[in-house]
Design a protein. Structure first.
Length: 391
Protein backbone atom coordinates (compact mmCIF):
# COMPACT_ATOMS: atom_id res chain seq x y z
CA UNK A 1 0.00 0.00 0.00
CA UNK A 2 1.32 3.45 -0.88
CA UNK A 3 0.76 5.99 1.86
CA UNK A 4 -0.17 9.52 0.96
CA UNK A 5 2.26 12.08 2.32
CA UNK A 6 3.13 15.74 2.10
CA UNK A 7 6.39 16.69 0.46
CA UNK A 8 8.80 18.74 2.51
CA UNK A 9 10.25 21.88 0.99
CA UNK A 10 13.76 20.42 1.28
CA UNK A 11 14.89 17.37 -0.62
CA UNK A 12 14.52 14.11 1.24
CA UNK A 13 11.90 11.57 2.31
CA UNK A 14 8.24 12.52 2.20
CA UNK A 15 6.73 13.82 5.40
CA UNK A 16 3.95 11.70 6.84
CA UNK A 17 0.85 13.29 8.33
CA UNK A 18 0.44 12.65 12.05
CA UNK A 19 -2.59 12.88 14.29
CA UNK A 20 -2.35 12.87 18.08
CA UNK A 21 -4.69 11.77 20.84
CA UNK A 22 -3.84 13.21 24.27
CA UNK A 23 -0.68 15.15 24.97
CA UNK A 24 -2.36 18.47 25.71
CA UNK A 25 -1.17 21.50 27.62
CA UNK A 26 -0.97 19.67 30.99
CA UNK A 27 0.89 16.64 29.63
CA UNK A 28 4.65 15.98 29.64
CA UNK A 29 5.03 13.20 27.12
CA UNK A 30 2.94 14.82 24.38
CA UNK A 31 5.54 17.54 23.85
CA UNK A 32 8.27 14.89 23.73
CA UNK A 33 6.42 13.04 20.96
CA UNK A 34 5.88 16.24 18.99
CA UNK A 35 9.53 17.25 19.20
CA UNK A 36 10.78 13.73 18.43
CA UNK A 37 8.51 13.43 15.39
CA UNK A 38 9.98 16.63 13.92
CA UNK A 39 13.71 16.12 14.54
CA UNK A 40 14.27 14.23 11.28
CA UNK A 41 11.50 16.09 9.45
CA UNK A 42 9.65 12.84 8.76
CA UNK A 43 6.27 13.77 10.25
CA UNK A 44 4.06 16.84 10.34
CA UNK A 45 1.37 17.11 13.03
CA UNK A 46 -1.87 18.07 11.30
CA UNK A 47 -4.67 16.81 13.55
CA UNK A 48 -5.36 16.26 17.21
CA UNK A 49 -7.82 15.47 19.98
CA UNK A 50 -5.47 16.67 22.66
CA UNK A 51 -7.44 16.97 25.89
CA UNK A 52 -10.39 15.54 27.79
CA UNK A 53 -11.54 19.17 28.09
CA UNK A 54 -12.63 19.89 24.49
CA UNK A 55 -12.22 23.66 24.64
CA UNK A 56 -8.82 23.46 26.26
CA UNK A 57 -7.83 20.86 23.70
CA UNK A 58 -8.97 22.98 20.76
CA UNK A 59 -7.25 26.09 22.10
CA UNK A 60 -3.99 24.21 22.57
CA UNK A 61 -4.22 22.60 19.13
CA UNK A 62 -4.56 26.02 17.53
CA UNK A 63 -1.63 27.35 19.56
CA UNK A 64 0.70 24.68 18.14
CA UNK A 65 -0.35 25.20 14.54
CA UNK A 66 -3.14 22.68 13.96
CA UNK A 67 -5.86 24.08 11.73
CA UNK A 68 -9.25 24.71 13.36
CA UNK A 69 -11.07 22.09 11.27
CA UNK A 70 -8.63 19.42 12.48
CA UNK A 71 -8.72 20.34 16.17
CA UNK A 72 -11.17 17.74 17.44
CA UNK A 73 -13.17 17.34 20.63
CA UNK A 74 -12.63 13.58 20.96
CA UNK A 75 -10.62 10.77 19.47
CA UNK A 76 -13.81 9.23 18.08
CA UNK A 77 -14.61 12.44 16.20
CA UNK A 78 -11.04 12.75 14.93
CA UNK A 79 -10.75 9.20 13.62
CA UNK A 80 -14.16 9.32 11.95
CA UNK A 81 -13.50 12.69 10.30
CA UNK A 82 -9.92 11.93 9.24
CA UNK A 83 -10.96 8.65 7.61
CA UNK A 84 -13.13 10.63 5.18
CA UNK A 85 -10.51 13.21 4.22
CA UNK A 86 -8.46 12.88 1.01
CA UNK A 87 -5.48 14.21 2.99
CA UNK A 88 -6.10 12.02 6.04
CA UNK A 89 -3.40 11.34 8.59
CA UNK A 90 -1.06 8.42 7.98
CA UNK A 91 -0.56 7.52 11.64
CA UNK A 92 -2.05 8.37 15.02
CA UNK A 93 0.09 8.87 18.11
CA UNK A 94 -1.56 7.86 21.38
CA UNK A 95 -0.20 9.74 24.39
CA UNK A 96 -3.09 9.38 26.83
CA UNK A 97 -3.26 7.77 30.28
CA UNK A 98 -2.92 3.99 30.03
CA UNK A 99 -6.61 3.07 30.26
CA UNK A 100 -7.32 4.80 26.94
CA UNK A 101 -4.57 3.08 24.94
CA UNK A 102 -6.69 0.07 24.00
CA UNK A 103 -9.91 1.79 22.89
CA UNK A 104 -8.07 4.50 20.95
CA UNK A 105 -5.69 2.05 19.25
CA UNK A 106 -8.50 -0.35 18.41
CA UNK A 107 -10.60 2.41 16.86
CA UNK A 108 -7.66 3.80 14.90
CA UNK A 109 -6.46 0.45 13.56
CA UNK A 110 -9.93 -0.64 12.51
CA UNK A 111 -10.41 2.69 10.72
CA UNK A 112 -7.26 2.01 8.68
CA UNK A 113 -4.66 4.05 10.55
CA UNK A 114 -1.22 3.04 11.75
CA UNK A 115 -0.59 3.65 15.46
CA UNK A 116 2.32 4.97 17.51
CA UNK A 117 1.44 4.18 21.12
CA UNK A 118 2.86 5.01 24.52
CA UNK A 119 3.69 2.10 26.81
CA UNK A 120 2.34 -0.02 28.38
CA UNK A 121 0.31 -0.97 25.32
CA UNK A 122 -2.80 -1.72 27.41
CA UNK A 123 -3.73 -2.15 31.06
CA UNK A 124 -4.53 -5.88 30.86
CA UNK A 125 -3.04 -8.90 29.16
CA UNK A 126 -6.43 -9.74 27.67
CA UNK A 127 -6.58 -6.36 25.94
CA UNK A 128 -2.97 -6.64 24.79
CA UNK A 129 -3.69 -9.96 23.09
CA UNK A 130 -6.84 -8.56 21.52
CA UNK A 131 -4.96 -5.55 20.19
CA UNK A 132 -2.20 -7.71 18.74
CA UNK A 133 -4.87 -9.71 16.89
CA UNK A 134 -6.39 -6.48 15.53
CA UNK A 135 -2.96 -5.48 14.24
CA UNK A 136 -2.71 -8.81 12.40
CA UNK A 137 -6.25 -8.63 11.08
CA UNK A 138 -6.03 -5.06 9.79
CA UNK A 139 -2.48 -5.31 8.45
CA UNK A 140 -1.70 -1.97 10.07
CA UNK A 141 1.46 -1.19 12.05
CA UNK A 142 1.60 -0.52 15.77
CA UNK A 143 4.80 1.00 17.14
CA UNK A 144 5.34 1.07 20.92
CA UNK A 145 7.47 3.91 22.22
CA UNK A 146 9.88 2.23 24.61
CA UNK A 147 12.21 5.19 24.33
CA UNK A 148 15.40 3.60 25.57
CA UNK A 149 15.64 1.20 22.65
CA UNK A 150 16.35 4.26 20.53
CA UNK A 151 19.65 5.13 22.19
CA UNK A 152 22.60 4.39 19.87
CA UNK A 153 24.67 2.74 22.62
CA UNK A 154 21.75 0.52 23.63
CA UNK A 155 21.48 -0.59 20.01
CA UNK A 156 25.24 -1.14 19.99
CA UNK A 157 24.98 -3.29 23.14
CA UNK A 158 22.27 -5.38 21.48
CA UNK A 159 24.44 -5.83 18.39
CA UNK A 160 27.48 -6.77 20.46
CA UNK A 161 25.55 -9.39 22.43
CA UNK A 162 24.20 -10.85 19.19
CA UNK A 163 27.75 -10.97 17.78
CA UNK A 164 29.01 -12.94 20.79
CA UNK A 165 30.99 -10.16 22.50
CA UNK A 166 30.04 -11.41 25.97
CA UNK A 167 29.47 -15.09 25.22
CA UNK A 168 26.56 -17.13 26.57
CA UNK A 169 24.24 -15.08 28.79
CA UNK A 170 24.72 -15.53 32.53
CA UNK A 171 23.36 -12.53 34.43
CA UNK A 172 21.04 -9.58 33.72
CA UNK A 173 20.82 -6.70 36.21
CA UNK A 174 18.42 -3.90 35.32
CA UNK A 175 17.33 -1.05 37.59
CA UNK A 176 15.06 1.94 37.14
CA UNK A 177 15.03 4.27 40.15
CA UNK A 178 13.20 7.58 40.49
CA UNK A 179 12.09 9.69 43.47
CA UNK A 180 9.33 11.87 42.05
CA UNK A 181 6.57 9.93 43.83
CA UNK A 182 8.37 9.65 47.17
CA UNK A 183 6.29 12.31 48.95
CA UNK A 184 3.12 11.18 50.80
CA UNK A 185 1.00 13.43 48.59
CA UNK A 186 1.66 14.11 44.95
CA UNK A 187 2.60 17.59 43.86
CA UNK A 188 -0.63 19.43 43.01
CA UNK A 189 1.30 21.06 40.17
CA UNK A 190 1.74 17.62 38.59
CA UNK A 191 -1.93 16.89 38.07
CA UNK A 192 -1.25 15.62 34.58
CA UNK A 193 0.76 12.72 36.02
CA UNK A 194 -1.19 11.85 39.15
CA UNK A 195 -3.35 9.44 37.17
CA UNK A 196 -0.40 7.02 37.44
CA UNK A 197 -1.44 6.31 41.02
CA UNK A 198 -5.06 5.55 40.09
CA UNK A 199 -5.51 1.85 39.20
CA UNK A 200 -8.60 2.70 37.14
CA UNK A 201 -6.47 4.83 34.82
CA UNK A 202 -2.98 3.32 35.11
CA UNK A 203 -3.90 -0.33 35.56
CA UNK A 204 -3.24 -2.53 38.58
CA UNK A 205 0.51 -2.15 38.23
CA UNK A 206 2.02 1.12 39.46
CA UNK A 207 5.78 1.42 39.21
CA UNK A 208 5.94 -2.06 37.69
CA UNK A 209 3.72 -0.98 34.79
CA UNK A 210 5.06 2.55 34.40
CA UNK A 211 8.84 2.12 34.60
CA UNK A 212 9.15 -1.62 35.27
CA UNK A 213 7.98 -2.32 31.72
CA UNK A 214 10.70 0.01 30.42
CA UNK A 215 13.36 -1.86 32.41
CA UNK A 216 12.03 -5.24 31.31
CA UNK A 217 11.88 -4.19 27.67
CA UNK A 218 15.41 -2.77 27.79
CA UNK A 219 16.84 -6.00 29.20
CA UNK A 220 14.98 -8.15 26.67
CA UNK A 221 15.98 -5.85 23.80
CA UNK A 222 19.69 -6.09 24.55
CA UNK A 223 19.81 -9.74 25.67
CA UNK A 224 17.45 -10.94 22.92
CA UNK A 225 16.10 -13.33 25.54
CA UNK A 226 13.17 -13.11 27.95
CA UNK A 227 12.86 -14.93 31.28
CA UNK A 228 10.83 -18.09 31.62
CA UNK A 229 9.93 -17.57 35.30
CA UNK A 230 9.86 -14.72 37.80
CA UNK A 231 9.24 -13.99 41.45
CA UNK A 232 8.07 -10.50 42.38
CA UNK A 233 7.54 -8.37 45.45
CA UNK A 234 5.43 -5.29 44.73
CA UNK A 235 5.06 -2.72 47.50
CA UNK A 236 3.28 0.57 48.08
CA UNK A 237 5.85 2.14 50.38
CA UNK A 238 3.97 5.45 50.58
CA UNK A 239 1.05 4.91 53.02
CA UNK A 240 -2.36 4.93 51.36
CA UNK A 241 -1.12 4.51 47.81
CA UNK A 242 -3.35 2.22 45.73
CA UNK A 243 -0.66 0.86 43.41
CA UNK A 244 2.92 -0.29 43.93
CA UNK A 245 5.65 2.34 43.96
CA UNK A 246 8.55 -0.11 44.48
CA UNK A 247 9.13 -3.47 42.82
CA UNK A 248 11.80 -6.16 43.11
CA UNK A 249 11.77 -9.04 40.66
CA UNK A 250 13.92 -12.16 40.38
CA UNK A 251 14.08 -13.76 36.94
CA UNK A 252 15.10 -17.17 35.61
CA UNK A 253 15.93 -17.78 31.95
CA UNK A 254 15.51 -21.05 30.06
CA UNK A 255 19.19 -20.84 29.12
CA UNK A 256 20.15 -21.00 32.80
CA UNK A 257 20.87 -17.27 33.12
CA UNK A 258 19.58 -15.32 36.10
CA UNK A 259 18.26 -11.79 36.37
CA UNK A 260 17.15 -9.12 38.81
CA UNK A 261 14.92 -6.13 38.09
CA UNK A 262 14.34 -3.27 40.54
CA UNK A 263 11.90 -0.47 39.75
CA UNK A 264 11.18 2.27 42.26
CA UNK A 265 9.60 5.70 42.15
CA UNK A 266 10.32 6.46 45.81
CA UNK A 267 14.13 6.20 45.91
CA UNK A 268 15.33 9.58 47.18
CA UNK A 269 18.13 11.13 45.14
CA UNK A 270 17.27 9.35 41.91
CA UNK A 271 16.03 11.30 38.92
CA UNK A 272 15.77 8.93 35.97
CA UNK A 273 18.33 6.35 36.97
CA UNK A 274 17.86 3.53 34.49
CA UNK A 275 20.81 1.16 34.20
CA UNK A 276 21.56 -2.17 32.59
CA UNK A 277 24.41 -4.55 33.40
CA UNK A 278 24.57 -7.73 31.38
CA UNK A 279 27.18 -10.44 31.80
CA UNK A 280 28.07 -13.51 29.78
CA UNK A 281 30.65 -16.28 29.90
CA UNK A 282 33.32 -14.15 28.23
CA UNK A 283 32.51 -10.53 29.05
CA UNK A 284 30.15 -7.88 30.30
CA UNK A 285 28.41 -4.67 29.23
CA UNK A 286 27.18 -1.76 31.38
CA UNK A 287 25.00 1.21 30.38
CA UNK A 288 23.38 4.09 32.30
CA UNK A 289 20.58 6.23 30.86
CA UNK A 290 21.88 9.33 32.62
CA UNK A 291 25.18 8.86 30.72
CA UNK A 292 23.65 7.52 27.53
CA UNK A 293 26.57 8.06 25.20
CA UNK A 294 28.80 5.70 27.18
CA UNK A 295 28.90 1.90 27.03
CA UNK A 296 31.37 0.00 29.19
CA UNK A 297 32.66 -3.26 27.75
CA UNK A 298 34.83 -5.70 29.67
CA UNK A 299 36.17 -8.80 27.94
CA UNK A 300 36.90 -11.43 30.58
CA UNK A 301 40.42 -11.00 31.98
CA UNK A 302 40.98 -7.65 30.27
CA UNK A 303 40.64 -3.99 31.38
CA UNK A 304 37.28 -2.25 31.08
CA UNK A 305 36.84 -0.34 27.83
CA UNK A 306 34.78 2.82 27.42
CA UNK A 307 32.94 2.86 24.10
CA UNK A 308 31.48 6.20 23.02
CA UNK A 309 28.66 7.04 20.66
CA UNK A 310 30.05 7.45 17.15
CA UNK A 311 33.50 6.67 18.49
CA UNK A 312 36.03 3.96 17.71
CA UNK A 313 34.38 0.56 17.54
CA UNK A 314 30.90 1.93 16.83
CA UNK A 315 28.61 -0.70 15.32
CA UNK A 316 26.32 -0.24 12.34
CA UNK A 317 23.19 0.02 14.49
CA UNK A 318 24.77 2.70 16.68
CA UNK A 319 26.04 4.74 13.74
CA UNK A 320 22.66 4.68 11.99
CA UNK A 321 21.04 5.96 15.18
CA UNK A 322 23.45 8.90 15.56
CA UNK A 323 23.06 12.30 13.94
CA UNK A 324 26.15 14.26 14.94
CA UNK A 325 29.85 13.49 15.54
CA UNK A 326 31.14 11.99 18.77
CA UNK A 327 31.60 14.42 21.70
CA UNK A 328 28.64 16.53 20.52
CA UNK A 329 26.01 15.35 23.02
CA UNK A 330 22.89 13.52 21.94
CA UNK A 331 20.29 12.36 24.42
CA UNK A 332 16.70 11.52 25.25
CA UNK A 333 14.94 13.47 22.51
CA UNK A 334 17.23 12.07 19.83
CA UNK A 335 16.67 8.53 21.11
CA UNK A 336 12.93 9.11 20.98
CA UNK A 337 13.33 10.56 17.48
CA UNK A 338 15.00 7.34 16.32
CA UNK A 339 11.72 5.54 17.01
CA UNK A 340 9.81 8.03 14.86
CA UNK A 341 12.47 7.93 12.13
CA UNK A 342 12.41 4.13 12.01
CA UNK A 343 8.61 4.10 12.01
CA UNK A 344 8.58 6.57 9.13
CA UNK A 345 10.96 4.38 7.15
CA UNK A 346 8.62 1.41 7.53
CA UNK A 347 5.46 3.39 6.77
CA UNK A 348 7.08 4.97 3.71
CA UNK A 349 8.14 1.57 2.39
CA UNK A 350 11.87 2.23 2.77
CA UNK A 351 12.40 -0.80 4.98
CA UNK A 352 10.42 -3.83 6.11
CA UNK A 353 11.56 -4.24 9.69
CA UNK A 354 12.63 -1.92 12.47
CA UNK A 355 14.14 -1.98 15.94
CA UNK A 356 11.11 -0.13 17.27
CA UNK A 357 9.06 -2.29 19.68
CA UNK A 358 5.75 -3.50 18.27
CA UNK A 359 2.51 -5.18 19.34
CA UNK A 360 4.33 -8.41 20.21
CA UNK A 361 6.55 -6.44 22.58
CA UNK A 362 3.44 -4.86 24.02
CA UNK A 363 2.01 -8.30 24.79
CA UNK A 364 5.34 -9.31 26.36
CA UNK A 365 5.19 -6.27 28.61
CA UNK A 366 1.72 -7.21 29.83
CA UNK A 367 2.79 -10.83 30.35
CA UNK A 368 5.54 -9.46 32.58
CA UNK A 369 3.22 -7.16 34.56
CA UNK A 370 0.59 -9.89 34.93
CA UNK A 371 3.17 -12.37 36.18
CA UNK A 372 4.50 -9.83 38.68
CA UNK A 373 1.01 -9.10 40.00
CA UNK A 374 0.24 -12.82 40.28
CA UNK A 375 3.51 -13.57 42.07
CA UNK A 376 3.15 -10.66 44.51
CA UNK A 377 -0.47 -11.50 45.32
CA UNK A 378 0.65 -15.02 46.26
CA UNK A 379 3.32 -13.76 48.66
CA UNK A 380 6.20 -14.04 46.23
CA UNK A 381 5.77 -17.38 44.46
CA UNK A 382 7.53 -18.27 41.21
CA UNK A 383 5.29 -17.72 38.17
CA UNK A 384 5.78 -19.15 34.69
CA UNK A 385 5.85 -16.46 32.01
CA UNK A 386 5.84 -19.21 29.41
CA UNK A 387 2.46 -20.40 30.72
CA UNK A 388 1.06 -16.87 30.40
CA UNK A 389 2.55 -16.45 26.92
CA UNK A 390 0.84 -19.64 25.78
CA UNK A 391 -2.36 -19.08 27.72
Amino acid sequence: MTLKAEKSHAKGPARLRLGMVGGGVTAFIGAVHRIASRIDDRFVLVAGALDNDPQRGRDFALSIGIEADRAYDSYQEMIKAEALRPDKVDAIAIVTPNFLHFPVAKTALEAGFHVICEKPMTTTLEDARALAEIVKRTGKKLFLTHTYTGYPMVRQAREMVADGAIGALRRVQVEYAQDWLAAPEEDPEAAGANWRNDPKKAGQGGAIGDIGTHAYNLAAFVAAEEPSHLLAELTALVPGRQVDDDAMVLMRYASGAKGTLWASQVAAGNGNNLSLRIYGATGGLEWWQEKPEELWYTPLGEPRRLLLRNGAGATEAAVSGSRIPAAHPEGYLEAFANLYKDAADVLSGNQQQTLVPDAADGVSGLVFVTACLESASNNGTWVSLDALRNG
